[in-house]
Design a protein around this ligand. Structure first.
Ligand code: GDP
Ligand code: CA
Length: 352
């Protein structure tokens, strides 16, 4: 069984841990792992150069979480983290004072930056980072091109927000996604999201193959705009998804009209999509009509949305979508795998 997952950071990590667990249950190997092979195509739209180092937040969230070295209380970063270097950088006036980089985390960024400087690509660096821990899945950054996301905001909205507009930037109408997300907590309305240089980007080596050779493609319950939206905007990605013989199953990141964790509801209005499982399902669309999905999984509380989508030709089903713990994440992955089988029978796309 070959499963390829498209994923962002936090929602992506919880989901991929569930996929790994469910695969170990269904297709165990003799060492407590799985015979299934799981490849994760990771969003790179959040990446940024900061304080002299390259950050790849979604990749690192998946890496730390799958390695079991993540901070489960905060929900991001490394367990047992300290912030001495960040405090020192603040004294020097380097970087962003409101964006803390943990010391252990900085170790990762320094290693990555060193390898990038010696000429390795981000996907080659990603491969090196994964050698340290047996993850049981393979992570590939979606692209090797830097496609950092910039957020367009109205200067008036920004002025209204900043009691003291930052020097030199009071009329600015564009900022890096990380500034919008972390400094402004996504409270300045986003008018648009633009990934720099995405027109010239290509899927990283191995990504198109992982989609073409899969028995099942899963779209994680990740941010539809800045995580999944970035991945599928990379030229060649939609074509790869359209061409695969594997069924493509998406899992809703929206439950009962709310994002369950995070601030994805601040992103959806910018692309004119309502914060609901039904609207996101329609936004991804049915593969039959040029969209991404063969099937869409929504929460049990959104069963009515599933019925409406089925009536309009997008195969939808419902299951419990809250990933409170590993068991529930694995059950959710199981429901997505079963839905893929079902969709494969109706569409004839069985991954063979
Ligand atoms: P980020 O890169 O850290 O923003 O994480 P992702 O893009 O992977 O996912 C963020 C989204 O995951 C959130 O906006 C939520 O909608 C979704 N999410 C988080 N936890 C859960 C959960 O338990 N169940 C479901 N269905 N979605 C979740
Ligand atoms: Ca992210």
């Amino acid at each position: 069984m070959r499963i390829t997952v498209l994923a962002g950071g936090v929602g992506g990590s919880r989901f991929v841990r569930g996929v790994r667990e469910e695969c170990a249950r269904r297709w165990p190997d003799s060492e407590g792992g799985t015979e299934a092979s799981v490849t994760v195509v990771v969003n790179t739209g959040d990446d940024i150069w900061l304080s002299g180092v390259r950050l790849m937040p979604d990749f690192d969230s998946l890496l730390y979480s799958l390695a079991g070295v993540n901070d489960t209380e905060r929900g991001w970063g490394r367990a047992g983290e300290t912030e001495r270097v960040s405090a020192e950088l603040r004294e020097w006036g380097v970087g962003w004072p409101w964006f803390t980089l943990g010391d252990l985390d900085l170790g990762t960024h320094l290693a990555r930056t060193e390898w990038l400087r010696t000429g390795l690509t981000p996907s080659q660096v990603g491969e090196r980072l994964q050698r340290r821990w047996p993850l049981g899945v393979r992570l590939i950054p979606a692209t090797d091109t830097e496609v950092d996301t910039y957020v367009h905001v109205d200067a008036a909205d920004l002025a209204a927000h900043d009691a003291e507009p930052p020097a030199g930037a009071p009329t600015r109408a564009e900022m890096h996604f990380q500034e919008w997300w972390t400094r402004y907590r996504a409270t300045v309305p986003a008018r648009a999201f633009r990934q720099r240089d995405i027109e010239s980007a290509r899927p990283a080596p191995g990504v198109a193959e992982a989609i073409a050779d899969a028995d099942l493609v899963l779209v994680a319950p990740s941010n539809p705009v800045v995580s999944i939206g970035t991945i599928v905007s990379i030229p060649g990605m939609r074509e790869a998804l359209a061409a695969t013989s594997a069924p493509v199953v998406g899992v809703s990141p929206i439950i009962g009209g709310k994002v369950v964790r995070g601030m994805a509801d601040a992103c959806l209005p910018a692309i004119g999509v309502e914060t609901s499982a039904e609207a996101v399902g329609r936004h991804y669309g049915s593969r039959r009509d040029g969209g991404l999905l063969d099937a869409w999984l929504v929460d049990e509380t959104d069963a009515a949305a599933a019925a409406a989508l089925n009536a309009d030709g997008l195969h939808a089903a419902s299951a419990p979508l809250w990933m409170h713990d590993l068991d529930r994440s694995a059950d959710l992955a199981g429901a997505a795998i079963d839905l893929g089988r079902e969709a494969g029978r109706t569409t004839g796309r069985t991954g063979d």
